[in-house]
Design a protein around this ligand. Structure first.
Ligand code: SAM
Length: 444
């Protein structure tokens, strides 16, 4: 089959113009196999993939020799790793190179679902910094919530807002990541739907939408703060030309050194990843710094006095003194104390879907612990647990009833290889499975 039949003719023409010398090598690489890669969660230890090849720009990134069935791996459901395409893990190198102040940071990931870059940022940020991870599309926001909950960091607020809703938070964030919706050419090898959806008109439409997103987002970035912009496409109108536009908004392009990584191509403003030159998919990343000095308008201090965490919930966390309690209807959240003021500021302007750790709900006098708590990195390590074999864990993850022998009674954690999978309630001769129904394994 010729390139012209497989890929839109206009795409082939554009790539020929962009890569006059290595067009053939590029096109051949689209027929190659897409490498499978994962990024390990530093907070959830496992000996999986230890022997697999490391990704040079990401300390916890691994290329897998073969694509296992992630669905049937309980360690995956425990949040011990995230399946992510390797080029996009270059975010880590960018994070290391930007000149961030040595203080707690406020970070925004504006276009966040399914959560690849947000979970990565959470692993890179220190625990006194927090992330606002936002996804405007409700169904995609649900997937984002699932992945953030699995990753287990409490220093995170999940919102569901349009970019313009952030413009009112003038000069608020230290770092804003815009992983923009794009024409998706870099995914052609991995996702054949991206080929069907491609058109020249769509490229133009994406470019206009990206500028619009950036315009709103740049207002909420502090002077001296960094805007990281990325796409998974090769189109200059969605990449370098947009960075040129951002320079007209008072942002200044910031160079990222790629000399340690042969194959990554430096463009006028950013870095371009091509599948015939790096072991990964098509990707573009660039950084801009907002002009002005490092000072910023401090958001007003909230006059609401935060409540300490109720004694009844203290036993569930490793360091309960580091949290305040927040009640929303029947739901009880533990919010890291250092985020309390920012939470009340953001709550007034944004639609918050989740924040900190959802501890559980009160049903009359009974406390029902939430799945979020089971997967949290802050859960008390001494909570009673029942270790499940792989077969038992799969039954549990299907929301069925594994046959286990245990003298324990009441709420216990189901674990596999020491990693929490969720809650069970044990009664004489009976087990209630509290794994969330809409997360269960359906595949047979
Ligand atoms: N950052 C994600 C990751 O690493 O997993 C991938 C983000 S994806 C490239 C872009 C996201 O932008 C999609 O989830 C999409 O729903 C969202 N999006 C679409 N239109 C948008 C808009 N007008 N403003 C903001 N986000 C939008």
């Amino acid at each position: 089959m010729s390139d012209m039949q497989k890929y839109p003719e206009a795409f082939a023409e554009r790539m020929r113009a962009l890569l006059p010398e290595d067009y053939n090598a590029f096109m051949r690489s689209l027929d190659g196999i897409s490498p499978t890669s994962v990024r390990m969660n530093p907070a959830k230890k496992t000996d999986k993939f230890l022997e697999d090849e490391s990704i040079s720009w990401c300390a916890k990134g691994k290329y897998l020799n073969e694509r296992p069935s992630f669905t049937f791996d309980p360690v995956f459901h425990a949040g011990a790793y995230y399946v992510q395409e390797a080029s996009s893990m270059f975010l880590e190198e960018v994070w290391k190179q930007i000149d961030l102040p040595n203080q707690p940071l406020k970070v925004l990931d504006l276009c966040a679902a399914p959560g690849g870059k947000s979970t990565h940022l959470l692993s890179l940020m220190n625990h006194e910094s927090f992330l606002v991870t936002n996804e405007v599309i409700p169904n995609r926001n649900k997937i984002l919530q699932q992945n953030i909950i699995k990753w287990g960091n409490a220093n995170c607020i999940i919102t569901q807002n349009k970019p313009e809703d952030f413009a009112g938070l003038m000069n608020y964030f230290d770092v804003v990541l815009i992983d923009a919706p794009c024409s998706g050419e870099g995914l052609f090898r991995k996702d054949k739907n991206a080929i069907d959806e491609w058109s020249e008109k769509n490229v133009e439409m994406c470019s206009v939408r990206q500028k619009d997103i950036v315009k709103h987002a740049s207002a909420c970035l502090k002077p001296g703060g960094f805007l990281i912009y990325s796409t998974c496409t090769y189109e200059p109108v969605e990449n370098d030309e947009n960075i040129g536009y951002m320079e007209s908004l008072g942002l200044k392009s910031y160079s990222i050194d790629n000399s340690k990584y042969p194959g990554i191509v430096k463009t006028k403003y950013g870095l371009q990843f091509y599948p015939h030159k790096v072991k990964g998919e098509g990707f573009y990343i660039a950084v801009l710094k907002k002009e002005g000095n490092g000072s910023h308008i401090n958001p007003p201090v909230s006059n609401k006095k935060p409540l300490p965490l109720n004694k009844a919930f203290e036993t569930y966390l490793n360091a309960p003194e580091k949290f305040i309690e927040l009640k929303k209807n029947d739901f009880i959240f533990a919010i890291p104390t250092f985020m309390a003021n920012d939470f009340s500021i953001l709550e007034k302007r944004l639609y918050i879907r989740n924040a900190g750790i959802l501890m559980g709900t009160m049903k009359g006098h009974d406390f029902l612990p939430a799945h979020d708590l089971a997967l949290s990195n802050d859960i008390n390590k001494n909570i009673a647990a029942v270790e499940l074999s792989k077969e038992e864990a799969i039954i549990y993850l299907r929301c069925e009833t594994p046959k286990i022998k245990s003298e324990l009674r009441g709420w216990v954690l189901a674990t596999h290889q020491g990693l929490n999978l969720g809650w069970m309630k044990l009664m004489p001769g009976r087990l209630n499975n509290y794994f969330p129904k809409d997360w269960r394994i359906l595949k047979r």
